[in-house]
Ligand binder design. Structure first.
Ligand code: FEO
Length: 395
């Protein structure tokens, strides 16, 4: 339990044992579920916890108060990583009113069969806790349709739930000024791209909506609490949701027998020789798609190398392409290359997806038969140079 401001405490938990977030995304550095207790004349809890951790969560609450004395359960978001302990809280604090958006009501019923003692708030509505007042902002689709954020007016704290979160357990402190932020940057980009990325437009809408709200602390439900430089995480989210990538190239490839890999080396040489040093090469067969997506989200340039397999894109590369499409990764400068045995097909399939996604595809699309020839490798280097030049020109 950590005090954020007088009588506002972090009562979250660090999860170092769950392997896959949402059953999909690896968690090598774990994740945290941040929950907050506001101890005023009225007692409020902001967001809860995965049900798996509810015993420890309730222990934390009981150290501070009898759960039966809780007045309000603020539900910013209904995904079970933040709502799973609600049924337990409801049993221990049946009188506590659930505060949520209208859309959350159907989730409360379908997930937990909770239908009573719910107060639906309007956008901008306030809740008086005594000395403190909370204000609620609807922020639909950050991350689900029912999401809202809760703003504590006196200390200017924004409880933002999924927004401004990141993967990784903060070690040795929970505040930005206690941590080396470089250690957490990858976790933020991966969390954003994997979880929130599809909803980049709603994130932009939320940022605009909250632009005039005076925020001194951002307290999300995953990762670091930002009290020293809240503007830093706002800037990171703004860049990620507007898909303004870094000046650099992510080169994602697959290779069965080394031919596409050989071409990849030529393309990578071309990128470097054009002066683009921010290059990350990833083998789609060996790197989980969670990290492929994250690295592609990070940089302006994405070059894809794939053999043709069954007349289509090589499956691990295809998986990445489909994920990038599903997550609506846009505004990328792209290049494509790959080997085929007897008939191509992979490159034209990738091209059609890239065209759909508002990405600028740089020619040549280099498809070659079998092992790349000297001429193929020359064209591969030129492809790397062309994409790099375009990326550098965009700055
Ligand atoms: Fe962290 Fe969408 O839940």
């Amino acid at each position: 339990m950590v005090e954020i401001r007088k009588n506002i405490r972090w009562i979250g938990l660090n999860d170092r044992t769950t392997d896959l977030f949402e059953g999909l995304w690896p968690l090598p550095q774990g994740t945290s579920y941040n929950s907050y207790l506001i101890d005023d004349k009225k007692l409020a809890i902001v967001d809860s916890m995965k049900s798996y951790f509810e015993d420890k969560f309730l222990e934390k609450i009981e150290k501070r108060t009898d759960p039966a004395d809780i007045n309000y359960l603020i539900v910013n978001h209904m995904e079970p990583d933040h709502s799973g302990a609600l049924p337990a809280l409801r049993r221990l604090a049946p009188q506590a009113e659930i505060i949520c958006t209208e859309k959350a009501v159907e989730f409360l019923e379908s997930f937990y069969r909770i239908t009573e003692n719910i107060h639906v708030v309007e956008d901008g509505e306030t809740l008086d806790l005594g000395d403190r007042t909370l204000k609620f902002f609807e922020t639909p689709f950050v991350h689900w349709p029912e999401t809202m954020m809760t703003y504590e007016i006196s200390d200017k704290i924004l409880f933002s739930c999924d927004a401004f979160g990141g993967f990784g357990v903060p070690e040795g402190g929970i505040f930005d000024d206690q941590l080396d932020l470089e250690d957490y940057e990858d976790g933020i980009v991966r969390y954003f791209s994997n979880i929130v990325g599809t909803y980049s437009a709603p994130v932009q809408a939320a940022l605009q909506k909250l632009a005039d709200v005076d925020v001194e602390i951002i307290a999300p439900s995953h990762g670091i609490i930002w009290r020293k430089e809240p503007e830093k995480i706002i800037e990171i989210y703004d860049k990620l949701s507007s898909m303004e990538g870094e000046e650099g190239i992510t080169l994602i490839y697959g290779s069965m027998y080394g031919n596409t890999e050989e071409m990849m080396e030529a393309v990578a040489n071309g990128i470097k020789s054009a002066g683009c040093d921010n290059l990350r090469v990833l083998d789609a067969s060996r790197v989980h798609e969670s990290f492929l997506l994250s690295e592609a989200w990070r940089r302006k340039g994405v070059i894809i190398g794939t053999p043709t397999y069954d007349g289509q894109v090589f499956p691990p590369v295809d998986q990445f392409i489909q994920l990038a499409k599903r997550k609506k990764l846009k505004r990328r400068i792209a290049g494509v290359f790959g080997s085929f045995g007897w008939s191509g097909g992979a490159i034209s399939r990738i091209k059609s997806i890239i065209d759909e996604l508002d990405r600028k595809l740089i020619e040549p699309l280099k498809e070659f038969r079998g092992r790349p020839s000297k001429e193929d490798l020359k064209i591969g280097r030129e492809l790397g140079e062309s994409v790099a030049n375009k990326v550098i020109a965009q700055g």
